[in-house]
Design a protein around this ligand. Structure first.
Ligand code: SF4
Length: 353
């Protein structure tokens, strides 16, 4: 009953495939890098990042030998920096455990840091034609619609059901083409909004289309709660010197750089901020703190957080001992540091980069 699926899909792919640089290779390293980048961004934007990244780190060894700071710098703007850190850690692990080569078994690929079921299936099927089906957002959407499945894709039951279905549909003689085909089909034809049902080869078989349920599938059970956070950044200057700190806690943007930060429970204006304990400690030896410039609140949306950020430019005559926890750099060195997108937005706005 399901046999129609891969035949139609592969025929569609033959006529509609996207010519992407990482499709013309069986090098697992290049496939891995492209897949991780594409989890962050769309193909068009991802292309630039991909070329820049593999030009600088053309193989496992060059990535493993690089400083984490430099890897993060090449990732800057893509978000989810833990993925870049995992790439780096996995490259080092590949050097230690596998002599700098990718292992050719699914379980060993899956054992690398940051490589989940989806990436392992992509690497193994594209590089070695191993019969593992990819299951990502595109696949959930296509399968839930074509087969009319309303089990929530974010439930344990749903994940199991879709993984089994995907595996049973996989064309085991062409797992590479099949996986690329279903990814492209979800990205080009069966889009989340306005799928092109009119010219779809599954039109007379697609349960969602036949039952008028296209817009309702796939089903998601839980909504993620988005928590607000309030950041007050102090861009403290002394001539052309300024202060940075490196985020190290188990929190967003781990190991990226930022300005001295005071996080508050709610949004605060300057008059309130100056009464905060952290502020008083920081400026205890400076009798009068003058703000040179302040900016409208930046609203920065992440997957589980909304950050409301205020930035203040403050000029001081010297960096006192209260600032010793921060890294003092010269303005011309700003570009050497990897910042979260929020900070680069500020730097752009303040004409500093
Ligand atoms: S008919 Fe529409 S909903 Fe069904 S697979 Fe085709 S594009 Fe997707």
């Amino acid at each position: 009953m399901k046999n129609f699926f891969s035949g139609i899909l592969l025929q569609w792919y033959e006529e509609n495939r996207r010519d992407l640089p990482w499709r013309n290779t069986t090098d697992p390293y290049l496939i891995w890098i492209s897949e991780i980048i594409l989890q962050q961004t769309r193909v068009v934007q991802g292309m630039d990042y991909y070329f820049r990244f593999v030009e600088r780190f053309p193989d496992i060894q060059s990535l493993a030998e690089a400083d984490e700071d430099e890897v993060l710098k090449y990732w800057q703007g893509l978000g989810y920096y833990s993925r870049a850190r995992n790439l780096h850690a996995a490259a080092r692990d590949l050097m230690t455990r596998f002599g700098g080569c990718f292992p050719e078994s699914y379980d060993e690929v899956r054992s690398l840091k940051g490589i989940g079921a989806y990436t392992a299936a992509a690497v193994c099927s594209f590089a070695w034609r191993l019969p593992y089906a990819v299951v990502d957002g595109n696949v959930y959407r296509v399968l839930s619609r074509v087969f009319g499945i309303d089990t929530p894709i974010d439930s344990h039951e749903g994940q199991k059901r879709f993984a089994e279905l995907a595996s049973s549909l996989l064309d085991k003689t062409h797992p590479d083409l099949y996986n690329q085909a279903i990814m492209d089909f979800g990205a080009i034809q069966c889009l989340p909004q306005s799928p092109d049902c009119l010219f779809c080869p599954f039109r007379d078989k697609c349960e969602a289309y036949l039952q008028g349920k296209v817009a309702q599938l796939p089903v998601k059970a839980g909504k993620t709660t988005v928590k607000p956070r309030y950041f007050n950044y102090l861009d403290i200057r002394c001539g052309d010197r300024l202060l940075l700190s490196r985020r190290s806690a188990k929190d967003i943007w781990q190991n990226l750089y930022e300005f001295p930060l005071i996080e508050t429970e709610r949004d605060m204006e300057w008059q309130e901020l100056v009464k905060e304990q952290q502020f008083l400690e920081l400026f205890q030896h400076i009798p009068e703190v003058k703000v040179q410039r302040q900016y409208p609140v930046f609203k920065h949306v992440l997957s589980h957080r909304i950050i409301y950020a205020r930035f203040y430019t403050i000029e001081v005559s010297k960096f006192t001992s209260a600032f010793s926890a921060y890294l003092e750099i010269s303005e011309s060195d700003l570009e050497k540091y990897a910042f979260p997108r929020l900070i680069t937005l500020y730097l752009e706005k303040s004409d500093r980069q």
